[in-house]
Write a protein that binds this ligand. Structure first.
Ligand SMILES: *[C@@H]1O[C@H](CO)[C@@H](O)[C@H](O)[C@H]1NC(C)=O
Ligand SMILES: *[C@@H]1O[C@H](CO)[C@@H](O)[C@H](O)[C@H]1NC(C)=O
Ligand SMILES: *[C@@H]1O[C@H](CO)[C@@H](O)[C@H](O)[C@H]1NC(C)=O
Ligand SMILES: *[C@@H]1O[C@H](CO)[C@@H](O)[C@H](O)[C@H]1NC(C)=O
Length: 313
């Protein structure tokens, strides 16, 4: 039988050749709508250790996942050294659990930690008091204590309000968080004024602050979790920080696996929640510092008479 494989049209090939490389040669650089820049890659030889991602084409459009069974990837930012993932909301039934352990990321997802600067810790529900703690090896510091209420005469706040104590509360998270425990103290059901549509129980999640500033998103999450304890139908984002290696630039630059390989790139000791080094294109250059010739530019420099250049406005 003859093969029915048709080569892509020449124009497409030319367009691909003209774009700056974001992946290694011969490697997938896109999964559905999501760009896959190196150090990430879907195949052996296409990614750095720890940066494997899986493109699942059973979905239409295809979806990207960290490693093979990690969280879904919504976007990868080389510039910010972040991955935006689809967050999970953990539900806890009322009354039973008093000490719940939550692992936000599988232990094997080594290069990633939850960004303390870009996420909030959120509790949804009512009729309990809760205190979240870092694991004991991280000092067992308490970072989120709250006791949200659902007063029947505050229905509007419960539905439309911000996450400020009525059916919902939020707090910052500490740096380097991968797992935590929550201690619950459940109030007697009858002591909790709760409209009939609110199910007893608690939901715990970490969420991207920027997304959470939009009141419509808060509304959708609160309504879903309060009424059913389930938000599986919603795409709730959270942001992870990553670094190439857990070493400083000075130490990394001496090694053969030093990652800042593009011309016009530099190494930075990470100042995010993840310890280690990352690479940046120099000012005026743009692209991927982790692949050779990945940093493109400079932007055409316009001199003193720049006001006369470019499209008129
Ligand atoms: C840096 O990370 C690579 C894999 O990403 C690993 O093979 C190497 O041993 C690490 N180097 C150091 C100094 O940790
Ligand atoms: C990069 O970080 C900035 C500042 O936190 C944020 O506003 C922006 O959306 C981020 N961009 C991407 C692509 O993640
Ligand atoms: C809760 O209230 C209902 C009626 O409002 C009552 O029948 C029930 O005994 C109460 N339960 C407790 C534990 O007080
Ligand atoms: C990174 O940190 C190390 C010490 O940990 C320091 O010696 C080095 O100068 C820093 N490099 C940069 C590029 O900031």
């Amino acid at each position: 039988m003859r093969s029915l494989v048709v080569p892509p049209p020449l124009l497409v090939q030319l367009a691909m050749a003209a774009a700056a490389n974001i992946a290694l040669a011969g490697c997938e650089s896109k999964c559905g709508d999501v760009d896959v820049p190196y150090p990430f890659g879907t195949r052996y030889g296409c990614h750095r250790t720890g940066f494997k991602v899986t493109c699942d084409r059973a979905y239409q459009p295809p979806r990207l996942f960290l490693q093979s069974d990690g969280p879904e990837v919504l976007a990868i930012s080389v510039r910010n050294s972040t991955v935006r993932i689809r967050a999970t909301a953990w539900s806890v039934a009322a009354g039973n659990a008093r000490d719940v352990r939550v692992r936000i990321l599988p232990a094997k997802l080594r290069p990633y930690v939850l960004s303390a600067a870009r996420n909030s810790f959120v509790l949804v529900g009512c009729g309990f008091q809760a205190a979240a703690q870092t694991p004991s090896r991280q000092g067992a510091a308490t970072f989120g204590s709250c006791a949200p209420s659902c007063p029947a005469d505050e229905q509007l706040k419960l539905r439309r309000g911000a996450c400020h104590g009525v059916g919902c509360c939020e707090s910052p998270i500490p740096t380097g968080l991968k797992s935590f425990r929550i201690r619950f103290s459940w109030q007697e059901q009858n002591a909790t004024a709760r409209p009939p549509w609110v199910t007893p129980g608690a939901s715990v999640l970490t969420v991207e602050q920027e997304w959470w500033r939009d009141r419509d998103n808060v509304f959708a999450v609160k309504m879903s979790l309060l009424s059913s304890g389930n938000a599986a139908g919603l795409v709730i984002p959270a942001v992870l920080d990553w670094t190439l290696n857990k070493s400083s630039c000075a130490a990394a630059a001496k090694r053969s696996d030093f990652g800042c390989v593009s011309k016009n790139s530099e190494c930075l000791n990470s100042t995010s929640s993840a310890y280690g080094y990352v690479c940046r294109c120099n000012d005026g250059y743009d692209g991927n510092p982790y692949v050779s010739d990945g940093c493109q530019g400079p932007q055409r420099h316009v001199g003193s008479d720049s006001r006369f250049v470019g499209p008129g406005k």
